[in-house]
Structure formats: C-alpha cells, structure tokens
Design a protein around this ligand. Structure first.
Ligand code: SF4
Length: 106
C-alpha cells in the first residue's frame, strides 16, 4: 500500500488519531476531507509546464493526509499535478524504485 500511514509525514500523531477513528476502508475514501489544498488556490497544484511547484509543495508539507494523498496518486497512476508534495516525475521515480525493491525481494 505504498506506505500508507507510514510515509514521511511531519504529522504522524494526527495520522495515528485518524487511523484510530476510521477503518482502513473509511480512511481510503475519507482522507480527502482533511486535504489542506481544499482551503487554498487549486491552480497552484496544477502548474503550467515548467511552472513553479514551490507554493503547492509548501502547502503539502503541512498537510495531515500527505502520505494518503501520495499513495492514492501513485496507486492510481495520476499523471498531472502535485499530490502528496510530489510532482508526476517524482511520483514515477518512487513507483519505479518500489518496483525494483519488489523485484529484488522476490
Ligand atoms: S498532500 Fe498536498 S495535494 Fe495532497 S491533499 Fe494534502 S495539500 Fe492536497
């Protein structure tokens, strides 16, 4: 599950609280309710090609559902935008690294 709840997240205590109150199925669908980007300008998360991702990534840094968001984007092969503080290129690198780890482990 791409480290759901275990990825690098500065808000691990909040994640533990969320996890304690919801079942896995509920957290899979309810993490969006805690998305910090919903309180900001969404266009910053979908910059034009070559545009800055700095503002969006700064928001993601403080988002309590950063790991869930990143896991969702990787699992669903989302191609555009900043998700979980990562660009499409960064998410692709993570996915490829995970594939290599799995291949080496088997
Ligand atoms: S990690 Fe970033 S893109 Fe994902 S929900 Fe949080 S603020 Fe939005």
């Amino acid at each position: 599950m791409w480290g759901l709840f275990e990825a690098d997240n500065d808000n691990k205590d909040v994640n533990k609280i969320i996890k304690a109150f919801f079942t896995q199925e509920e957290t899979d669908s309810q993490w969006r309710e805690y998305a910090l980007c919903s309180q900001t300008n969404p266009t910053a998360f979908f910059p034009e090609k070559g545009g800055s991702t700095k503002d969006a990534k700064k928001v993601c840094t403080n988002c309590v559902v950063k790991s869930e968001c990143l896991a969702y984007a990787i699992e669903n092969d989302v191609r555009f935008g900043i998700w979980g503080g990562k660009s499409e290129r960064e998410r692709r690198k993570i996915k490829n690294a995970n594939k290599k780890s799995i291949a080496l482990a088997s």
